[in-house]
Design a protein around this ligand. Sequence first.
Ligand code: SF4
Length: 265
Amino acid sequence: MDAMEQKMLEFFDRNYERLKLEGGHALTEDIKAQAKLQVVLYWRKLKDLADKISDAEVRIALPNQKTPKGRTFSIEGVVDIVREGDVNQMYDIKTHDLAYIQHNKELYEEQLNVYAHVWQELRKNKLDLTAVISTSVPQSLRDAMRSGNAVRIEKEFQSWNPVIPIAIHQDKVAKTIDSFAEVVDKIEDGVFPCPSISDLKQKVTGNEIFATNVCRNCDGRFSCEVYREYARGAGKGKAADFMKYFEPSVDGNEQEDWLEANANF
Ligand code: SF4
């Protein structure tokens, strides 16, 4: 680990202690170790790009929009800009996993199209490329690291590409703003319907369904009726094997790592 990475981990610890005091929440040692690993690997993978960022954390805002019910709202986001010679690139950093972003590109296109519209049409800047950066470490790389096999780790690290180019379609901007407006009305009206069981079974990545990819990471799953029904066997009334749906599926090694990492906590 070089001096820069050590410095980043020092900042991480300082920020973590501050957030813990402010929010009153702590992380278990294994989750903290995973977060640190993510920071270090993300830096190793993208330091060339990070060095080129000319405008960091640029606030993009589209104010004074109207919902169908007449409410006023603004769309805001934060992006990074890289200017290389005559070429301008816009990056939106997401913590979502790579497979999910690749499988649901249209969701990210909608958001980035609005940011691109503000950047080009309202701020009168040139834009040549937009992309999402996924900061999450792919499972295959995590597995390789767990195996300790240096060749496998290097191979997975080299094949990891966290930058996902997103096409700009200015003609879709109005439709996207309209759909945001409808969501604002739903939020303000308190309309929060749960997805159906069949939604929970839909694939959201190449091999994971919504229940696995999203619900398993949702803190509300223990009291969510739809998830409970799904877990009981999609309405078949089977309570058998129920608990496995409430726990992450971990293999023996993972469980051992968890115990070791948290034993001193
Ligand atoms: S568990 Fe969470 S994400 Fe899944 S349906 Fe229920 S509330 Fe939505």
